[in-house]
Design a protein around this ligand. Sequence first.
Ligand code: SF4
Length: 278
Amino acid sequence: MQVKLASSYGFCFGVKRAIKIAESYKNSATMGPLIHNQNEIDRLKENFNVGLYTSLEEVKNNDTVIIRTHGIPKEDLKNLKKNKDAKVINATCPFVTTPQQIVKKMSKENYSILIFGDSTHPEVKGVKSYGENQDDVHVVMSVKDLDKINFKHDRIATVAQTTKKKEVYLEIVNALILKNKEVRVFNTICDATFENQDAARDLSKEVDIMIVIGGKNSSNTKQLQAICLEYCKDSYLIENSKELDKSWFKDKKLCGITAGASTPDWIIQEVVNKIEKI
Ligand code: SF4
């Protein structure tokens, strides 16, 4: 099988930075998964004894706690510092810190806040928590959700989850402008995601099969697969080389490969090596 890698794929700046931080704090623990990739989390545990807390209750006094790339809610951060006296190492990606700070500032200035994103995603939960008036911080997934919202002000500030599609954000923003006096739009969508998405789109047009490597719970990776499926119906999402199925490659010649922003190079290389032998 011939293999072609997308011109941009894999780890983004924020994830590289978080891993570097975690590697430099042996015997610490992360608050929630550091990144959306179980294999890398296992590697950090094995090589650096970086553990994982799933709730604040698990943290013991004076622990060293690393905040994951997606950030955590403001109250949790406060609790860690105050009640647990934990040494807090913040590995939140700066591109996630930005919407947190925008929400804080704009809600202080009496803007109603609209977040375009998935309300169940840790990043969005974290960003939302920075709103001064939680009753007036709203999260939507699409333009349709706007009908259900009662904004307290006619001045709206919007931010987007970093991995969201710009086209959908524009639809939401257009609808807001039609109904409100003032709309402040902050483009908080991350370019790293786009670079990988554009490269995956281009590659999926020219190959017989696409393999997308990444965490199955990563919205970024799932979005990559959705893009590939638009142009290549044989696009598969796998977490590692063990999940490759030989039957997918029957009668195929050229296999394209891309990887989500939390996928380490060593996993990608293992997949490439295995496919090349098919
Ligand atoms: S995809 Fe962008 S926002 Fe998310 S961690 Fe990477 S650099 Fe940060």
